[in-house]
Design a binder for this molecule. Sequence first.
Ligand code: OFO
Length: 167
Amino acid sequence: MLKDNVLKKLNEQIQLEHYSANLYLAMASWCKANGLDGSAKFLYAHSSEEMMHMHKLFNYINETGSMALISAIDAPPTEYKDLREVFEKTFEHEKLVSTRINELVELTFGEKDFSSFNFLQWYVAEQHEEEALFMGILDRMDVIGFDGRGLYMVDKEIGKLAVVAPA
Ligand code: OFO
């Protein structure tokens, strides 16, 4: 069984991963509505990946004999100035997720809950990859630029990064 404070924070993380999935899904919809099919494809796939992150936490909590919770999730924004803003927001959001994961790691270590500490190492590595992924997209935008066919090229490049999450 998990300690109450660890359980509370793990359940909050479930809520955040769920929000991440909805945020990226809403962004995918904005991209699709604006003719940015490559970015829509990438964000749609990334939304599925966030659902996988959520399920992983959910299963872990239940395996310990504690109860995983699904709670209310805020509606994500639906309007963006441009594609650059979409990906600036993804990067900001991933940095927030990393902060929350680090806080959880610190808590489990302090509580000597080494099973949860060990479980969370997967998320530490994942957040490193995710921050690098989104930072890389912003860098690509800077290199290609948005002049002329720039937006088309950027969108095409982002579409190539779409990875379908394992079931
Ligand atoms: Fe992209 O964040 Fe989940 O963990």
